[in-house]
Design a protein around this ligand. Structure first.
Ligand code: BES
Ligand code: MN
Ligand code: ZN
Length: 483
């Protein structure tokens, strides 16, 4: 697929479909006045009839409108002018695109998506998300990418950047959507290698022997139950002077989480291929940063394991020794993500980063606290957290902070070992998990993002298929490339 600017004569140059943004105050929108004139008042008649919704991302199809050189027109509501933001623009473009993507098409043109840089880029990424689905292994696809998306009256630079971010989000989504018999530690590492080669990132892949040499006992403890060997991948991007400390991006890459001996019920286990979404998010952000030539240095660390059961798997009561030297009592083998991250955070800290952010599908408790559409933020550095929060707000992605009072740490004190891998009971489970991670970040400013809810959609939305969502790739692509 390609994204290009449309010819100025957007009404007269032929295409398969046009997605027209329809704000509540449609009479004031110049592109709708033009379209109304070209169609001899068809648009205003339709809108005045009340049959066309101007509510955000509601769609109406008009076949073969006389006066416009298109086979069909998709009217997509965008609501009040005050709501013309990246969220609305992205979802509106996505909903129009997804509706059209049920068939394969050559040229789809988008009109009325002009706005701020973030708005225009979000519209482009939204459309790119809308036409890519989770149907990776279906002969008959449920969604087809058009050959070309044309954009009327968008800045060239926003188009180029939006396209790069869109491809990075779709990379993350694809990695999450690949089934766990295709996406396992070694194959994820190969995918990372591919990205590194294509975008000139430096890469180091630690295999099991190297992980043993590095004493990554916490990560290796989780990996023991699987015949698939673990990997740890370090990627580096250099976009600033070598003297500038890097920002570290850390990702949980549990390519399948059965729960181990604390086994999950079938319903909870079914979607656990999504448990590497943190790692996939980090890879998507690295690709986006490289393509946007962000002016910063980045180091990415992702820990890749499969959490299974075998005669040699880790057990309740086992004590693991993390790379940092801390000892960990295992009280629940399903609290494995924090064990993987413990060693990844320690490796990341070794690069003396100015700050760390980690992405993880860490706890069901975070979904209980915030629902499925909001990622939880937890930090030892409120300033770094609020930078992330405002970037997410600018990009139309939902995040919200959870408190990190020191008394939560009492819950993870160990009896046999330094710490244990779960809190006392379920309450505040997202926070006790974060408190566990905090043990491994030394004094470095760090924010943990629990993406257990938003990273994987159980059911489709009008603007995006079910499955991997690529949440927060856009926010960090924007945040890292904006300075
Ligand atoms: N991968 C899960 C968390 C998760 C749940 C992600 C639902 C996405 C959707 C994680 O490893 C886990 O199992 N956490 C446990 C922790 C508990 C045992 C302390 C949980 O949330 O139940
Ligand atoms: Mn688990
Ligand atoms: Zn997990």
């Amino acid at each position: 697929m390609q994204c290009v600017r449309s010819l100025p004569n957007w009404l007269g140059s032929p295409c398969d479909a046009i997605v027209l943004a329809i704000p509540e105050n449609w009479r004031a929108a110049p592109h709708l006045t033009e379209a109304d004139q070209a169609t001899n008042g068809l648009l205003s008649r339709l809108l005045e009839s009340g049959e066309v919704s101007t509510k955000p991302w509601k769609t109406t199809v008009v076949q073969a409108p006389a006066g416009i050189a298109t086979k069909q027109l998709v009217l997509v509501g965008t609501g009040a002018a005050s709501d013309w933001n990246p969220l609305t623009a992205g979802r509106a473009a996505g909903a129009g695109m997804k509706l059209l993507a049920s068939k394969s098409r050559e040229v789809v043109r988008f009109v009325g998506f002009t706005g701020s840089g973030e708005v225009e880029r979000a519209a482009v990424t939204g459309a790119m998300i809308g036409c890519v689905g989770q149907d990776l292994f279906r002969k008959e696809k449920s969604l087809y990418e058009p050959e070309s998306l044309e954009w009327h009256d968008l800045q060239e630079e926003n188009l180029r950047k939006g396209f790069a971010i869109g491809e990075s989000i779709n990379l993350t989504r694809k990695l999450v959507n690949l089934p766990p018999n295709y996406m396992y530690p070694e194959s994820f590492a190969e995918a990372a290698q591919g990205v590194a080669q294509q975008y000139q990132l430096s890469i180091e892949i630690w295999d099991k022997a190297k992980l043993e040499n590095e004493r990554c006992g916490s990560l290796l403890g989780v990996a023991r139950g699987s015949v698939k060997e673990p990997r740890l991948v370090v990627l580096q991007y250099r976009g600033a002077e070598p003297t500038v400390a890097p920002i570290a991006l850390v990702g949980k890459g549990v390519t399948f989480d059965s729960g181990g001996y604390s086994i999950k019920p079938t319903d909870g286990m079914l979607t656990m291929k999504c448990d590497m979404a943190g790692a996939a998010t980090v890879l998507g952000i690295m690709q986006a940063a490289a393509r946007l030539q962000a002016r910063c240095n980045l180091v990415a660390v992702v820990g890749l394991v499969e959490n299974l059961i075998s005669g040699d798997a880790f057990k309740l009561g086992d004590v693991l020794t993390a790379r940092s030297g801390k000892t960990i009592e295992i009280h629940n083998t399903d609290a494995e993500g924090r064990l993987v991250l413990a060693d990844c955070l320690d490796v990341a800290a070794g690069y003396s980063p100015s700050k760390i952010v980690d992405f993880a599908t860490l706890t069901g408790a975070c979904c209980v606290a915030l629902g499925n559409d909001i990622s939880g933020l937890m930090t030892n550095a409120p300033q770094w957290q609020s930078e992330i929060k405002s970037a997410a707000e600018r990009c139309g992605e939902y995040v919200w902070p959870l408190p990190m009072h020191s008394f939560f740490s009492e819950q993870i004190a160990g009896k046999v070992a330094d710490i244990k891998n779960v809190g006392e009971g379920r309450w505040g489970g997202a926070i006790t998990a974060a408190k566990f991670l905090e043990e491994f970040v030394q004094q470095i400013p760090w924010t943990h993002i629990d993406i257990a809810g938003p990273s994987f959609l159980d059911s489709p939305k009008a603007w995006c298929d079910a499955g991997g969502s690529g949440t927060l790739v856009r926010t960090f692509a924007e945040l890292l490339s904006s300075s």
